[in-house]
Design a protein. Structure first.
Length: 401
């Protein structure tokens, strides 16, 4: 048997991996592990020093967190708009269960975090850290389980995470904005108004939206509001439909669909992994077990693992009990429990909120440890529960009997 593999086979395998929506989560898992290994290796000093190298007016870390992540938030905004207007969340009957579960999944983690840190006022600013679900990570875990998880639960998880992302964007805009420059904010509002006007006049030139979006990003950055919010604002004004008279089949060529398709792979396989590698590394040198007993660390980990489980599963149970919604098709309560646990995987957005909440690197390390513990525990427990309650389809019987 030949040990050689044809280039076409390699290309096909790579293409299949890149086209799998859960592959980004698998890459993110590997990158997070690599960041931790690097931060605790002989390369640790070079790793941390490189992040603070100045490139123009900002450090490399700031360019990643304020610049590259604006593109991530642009994609998030595009997905939110598409799903709300033309997808899984386009009607109230589709929104009610994942929407309610997303709200419950944000409130309970925030409550647990606040309860644990009530006697530590300086830590209360991080209440929103455990409220976010990382869809890439969660889908990565589900992909490893194959067809043991019904498609309806995957759709429910994606819809919940999209609404969860919308909530995170609102939280960032309202609670993690520092000093405001009135002049720059007025300029940003005018630019947003101009972009909205282009949308209303049914202008479809994508380059024009992106060019003005760059100016919007700069104005929002100067204003004091986190620059990533500009990505969401830009996404909301990019047209989803082409001008009237265009055949319905051609709506896939609308500016929103084209931009979303263009950004999916770079965001999943370049931008988010770079962010994860730059921010997940925590040096454990000289640390003691006391680090894991800090209220901030416990609050984040417990918020993700317990808060998400109670919030998501409890809300779903309440709505089903009141007959306001039905359990996703073909799903059991055991599978719903596993899915609710997976919602506690909060890597990317939780890290992002943690960096906004605290400036002290030592405090940020507590946050990162809590996120890693909570996300890892949620992912492992969720996978175990889904593995136990998952049911693989039976093979057809070809015996003729």
């Amino acid at each position: 048997m030949s040990l050689l593999v044809s280039p076409g086979r390699i290309q096909s395998t790579l293409r299949n991996f890149l086209d799998n929506e859960a592959s980004g989560g698998l890459v993110l898992m590997a990158v997070a592990a690599l960041a931790m290994l690097t931060a605790n290796s002989p390369l640790a000093e070079s790793y941390f020093n490189a992040l603070y190298v100045d490139i123009g007016p900002l450090s490399l870390l700031h360019w990643i967190n304020d610049g590259l992540m604006a593109v991530f938030f642009l994609l998030v905004g595009l997905e939110i708009k598409r799903e709300m207007l033309d997808g899984q969340l386009s009607s109230w009957s589709r929104r009610i269960l994942p929407g309610a579960a997303a709200v419950g999944g944000m409130l309970f983690p925030a409550f647990i975090y606040t309860f644990v840190n009530w006697d530590h006022p300086a830590s209360l600013r991080g209440w929103a850290i455990p409220t976010a679900t990382d869809i890439a990570f969660a889908l990565g875990v589900i992909s490893l389980l194959g067809n043991r998880v019904p498609a309806s639960l995957k759709i429910f998880l994606v819809a919940l995470a999209i609404i969860d992302d919308l909530g995170a964007v609102i939280v960032i805009g309202l609670f993690y904005t520092t000093e405001i420059s009135s002049l720059a904010l007025i300029g940003a509002c005018l630019m947003a108004g101009l972009l909205f006007g282009l949308n209303r006049r049914k202008v479809n030139q994508l380059w024009l939206y992106l060019s003005l979006g760059g100016v919007l990003w700069l104005l929002v950055f100067i204003s004091g509001i986190h620059a990533t919010v500009a990505g969401v604002i830009l996404a909301l004004v990019i047209p989803l439909k082409l001008t009237p008279g265009t055949p319905e089949a051609n709506h896939a060529e609308s500016p929103l669909h084209r931009l979303e398709h263009f950004l999916q792979k770079p965001v999943a396989f370049v931008i988010v992994p770079i962010f994860g590698f730059a921010n997940a590394g925590v040096s454990l040198a000289g640390t003691s077990l006391d680090l894991f007993a800090e209220p901030l660390t416990i609050g984040v980990a417990a918020g993700l693992m317990l808060g998400k489980l109670v919030g998501v599963l409890g809300t779903v149970a309440l709505f089903v009990k009141l007959r306001l919604a039905k359990l996703p098709a073909m799903a059991t309560w055991g599978q719903m429990t596993g899915t609710a646990l997976l919602c506690g995987v909060g890597f990317t957005m939780s890290l992002f909120i943690g960096l906004l909440a605290f400036d002290d690197p030592a405090v940020q390390d507590h946050v990162k440890i809590g996120i890693l513990i909570g996300s890892l525990a949620s992912g492992l427990l969720g996978a175990a529960v889904l593995l136990i309650f998952g049911r693989k389809p039976k093979s057809p019987n070809f015996s003729g009997r």
